[in-house]
Write a protein that binds this ligand. Sequence first.
Ligand SMILES: [Zn+2]
Length: 187
Amino acid sequence: MDLQLTQEQRRLLILIHTYTAPRDDGSQVWLKDLPLRALMYDGIVKKVFDWDYSPTSVFVHGIRRFINISQEGEHDLIELREAGLVDKLRITATEHVPSKAYRSSVEGAAVVADFPEEDRKTIIDLISCLRCESAREVRVTSSEAFYFCKDCESTEHIGLFNIEDVAYVARPYLPRVLGVGSTGGES
Ligand SMILES: [Zn+2]
């Protein structure tokens, strides 16, 4: 297979593979889309991924919310799926809002083994606990995203919901002339 993956695509595949590689007992887990988005966003913030991002309206546990999503990252995810390196599963959650989950495919797991060590180390550094270096889970509630370390129970906030408010919040506008600096002419 002649795969020309970019650095971002390699790292994204390593990230997904790290969370979804088959366990010792043969069971394999899926990485749900919200934790994956949180990891992708945190990877942008920590310069693991050279992607842009913007606030995007999605359903988060049945509630419409703006979260930071990278269109370039979504595009790379699609390319990995089209190359057969990532499997996708559609889930209909209890809120009746369909969501998705991902895992590395057999082919994906095979190519990860040949990726540069630097890419693997970058991803391990991203997901490792700052205190005890265990691999951390990612949890996303309806208003918060964070890493959680099962071994030492430490957490680290992820700014998935931190939306820069420029375009979305109408700011109160107070004319400067009113009251401020007015000397008045009458007494
Ligand atoms: Zn820890």
